[in-house]
Design a protein around this ligand. Sequence first.
Ligand SMILES: Nc1nc2c(c(=O)[nH]1)N[C@H]1C(S)=C(S)[C@@H](COP(=O)(O)OP(=O)(O)OC[C@H]3O[C@@H](n4cnc5c(=O)[nH]c(N)nc54)[C@H](O)[C@@H]3O)O[C@H]1N2
Ligand SMILES: Nc1nc2c(c(=O)[nH]1)N[C@H]1C(S)=C(S)[C@@H](COP(=O)(O)OP(=O)(O)OC[C@H]3O[C@@H](n4cnc5c(=O)[nH]c(N)nc54)[C@H](O)[C@@H]3O)O[C@H]1N2
Ligand code: SF4
Ligand SMILES: [Mo]
Length: 733
Amino acid sequence: MNKRGISRRKFLIGSAVGGASVLASSYLSFDAWATTEKASEDINVTPTLCDGCGNWCAIKVYTRGGRVWKAEGIPIAGNNHGRVCAKGHALLHEVYNKDRIKTPLKRVGPNKFDPISWEQAYKEIGEKVKAIKEKHGPESLFLLQYPEGNAGLTMRFINALGSPNAFSHASTCFLPRNIGWWISTGSAKPEHDLEYSRFGLFIGRNIAAGLHLRQLSDLSKAKDRGARFVVVDPRYSEIAAFAHDWVQITPGTDLALILAVANTLIKENLYQKDYVDKFTEGFDEWAQQVKEYTPEWAEQKTGVPKAVIVKLAHDLADAAPRSFVHRGYHGAMGTQYKNSFQLVRAIACVNGLLGNFNQRGGLFESPKVKLGKLDPKKHPVPPAIEGPMVDGSGDTDKYPITPVGLGLSHAIPELAIAGKLKAGFVYHNNPLRTCPNPARVIEGYKKLDLLVSFDYVLSETASLSHYILPESYYLERDDVVHTHHSYDSEQISIRQPVMKPLYDTKPMVVILTELAKHVGIGEYFNFTLDEYNEASLAPLGVSLDRLKKEGVIDLGGKWVPGEPHFKTPSGKLEFVSSTLKDLNLPAMPEWEEPLVMPDKNDPHSFRMIHGKQAHHTHARTVNQKYLKEISLLNDMTRVWIHPDRAKALGIKDGDCMTLSNRIGKGRARAKVTEGIHRDCIFLPSGYGVYSRNLQTGFGLGVSYNDFLPTYFDPVLGHNMSSEIIVRVEKTPT
Ligand SMILES: Nc1nc2c(c(=O)[nH]1)N[C@H]1C(S)=C(S)[C@@H](COP(=O)(O)OP(=O)(O)OC[C@H]3O[C@@H](n4cnc5c(=O)[nH]c(N)nc54)[C@H](O)[C@@H]3O)O[C@H]1N2
Ligand SMILES: Nc1nc2c(c(=O)[nH]1)N[C@H]1C(S)=C(S)[C@@H](COP(=O)(O)OP(=O)(O)OC[C@H]3O[C@@H](n4cnc5c(=O)[nH]c(N)nc54)[C@H](O)[C@@H]3O)O[C@H]1N2
Ligand code: SF4
Ligand SMILES: [Mo]
């Protein structure tokens, strides 16, 4: 029986008389199949958290006879509300992937690895770290991680070693988005009350492929209730297909569009005046500045007709405060263009004009759960290290508003080449594939005296590491208590094993504890994971047993609409930022050109843009056979090109194209479609695995990083990943 109490069999009979009933009588119902086929085997259900992407959806995983079987979403979980995506299902099977690392490995030659014992690995790494620290100082050590889950513990580890150099994926993902919102509103990542919105504008955000399951379901509910949405994208994306209108824009020019929206809202007196008077700072000054950004001017920059821009402003104003410009993530507002930071600032300010912060249908800050801490008397806390980091993050002379602890991961190779970094730990991250300019990245990482990877397969980075320590797969391990589900309500959740580890692998906390002893910081890891988790839960009055039983617990606190509280220096939304002014940076959002533009006179010259597909995460899921199969069956590795441009180059749908620039060269088949702007090609970002140790995914497709120079945005230092110009030609046959 399913949740509604209808068996699959009854449904078939009831829904299509005749053929279906014949079919139904010859097939078992799904539920009957589930219990009959291996009836003797135990079925166990364990709540845990998916590790397929940064959403950490809460799921219940079923095992049968100890084998992983299927997953269901947990309905109350704030991030997914009971939903699971294709990756969430398929990645269950990765636990059985033949490429998994089964023991600690030591690299003994190019792509040659010896299995070693954990004890040997800890001992040798310990000795090397101590020697490097002694010789080059603790600042020569770094950690690079995808900072979710066990980040508290890994940060403790690197800080205890005395290094401020904790890097994340920020500089290749979200940096301008977070800093732009934080400077403008004091909240780095506001959430959306999508369900109750009435009109929304998505600028380079594709929640239907760069998935957010909760937002997608809320958007669908809002649509059912009559809300309207418009998507601005050079490409006809999945969310554009779902929305009411698609505005095709010249890539890299969204800033002009949004400044012209601001111009219209102000010129036509359509902004929320009371709200602006009460809760914002610097309106008059910015209003003066945006006068020059007329819709006519923006039409020239963006290729979007001025009437469309004015209409967007009107639609936003008509529905305000239940309207929004989405806060973005990676596309357009993330680490894409030289003007992405200005774009985020401008978008935050336009939301200010709409008066939507902390309002129904607008934006809000998630309620924060305050977890407890280990008793410092029993468990010494490593001295805090404030930075700056070796890459200049937090350095007033270099990247003053790029926070310590996020860092610029794509600077690591440069810093290694310069001799400033000597040894690194890479956790749940794969810079050799996900950072720009792989040849340079490899050159840099090769310079390190010691590279230790924590991974479950031999990724590109793990394959180059001196030691690879296999973390147990997420279905086999415990992690720290999580507050990630607090979307609009205070929630805690936990990852726990649904099965015993298949191989000689360990949870990260165990690896860190043992490593800590061997590198001389054992006193900071004198606790078990359960003790750590119990201390986290202590102030909440929730037992660890209960959390493990339920998987997600809603603590009751809810976001409530009301007056906004901005955590900026002025306590208001800052059109004019005193922080930026003090640093001699543009204090108000203003127009800035993208770094590069394709050559209009050269039929071969294109910008390369890129984006997610719903069934892949970054570059790591193409090694999963079912997900790869989806790509192959639907011919999804193709690169999008406009029919007019393709024709001029003699390229037909399905033809092989050669893409090249000074950084790299590669081949891809063409998807000829009007769904892509004339000025650019679109490359799906999930492909290009070049580690031969990932046997399923190896060699399929290309990656945008193969064409991306090593850039550092002048203000924040991010990688400006769409500032790519490539030459496109038909591959000679
Ligand atoms: N399936 C899946 N879901 C994911 C992830 C994943 O890897 N796979 N990763 C998660 C993570 S870490 C992230 S950062 C998010 C990313 O989520 P998004 O930011 O939504 O993802 P992207 O696909 O990078 O970019 C979104 C859109 O920006 C468009 N775009 C490119 N250039 C421009 C431009 O100049 N202007 C405009 N207006 N649009 C432009 C692209 O065509 C694309 O449709 O997704 C998260 N969810
Ligand atoms: N080519 C390409 N580059 C990208 C992107 C892209 O889409 N394509 N997206 C950009 C964005 S938005 C982001 S957020 C960054 C992400 O950058 P990364 O975090 O480097 O990206 P992933 O490909 O998710 O790499 C994660 C690594 O973790 C490993 N891993 C998976 N599960 C586990 C586990 O349970 N334990 C451990 N220890 N390791 C595990 C994987 O094998 C893989 O090596 O990349 C950026 N760069
Ligand atoms: S969106 Fe999909 S892959 Fe990401 S955590 Fe949720 S179920 Fe897993
Ligand atoms: Mo990301």
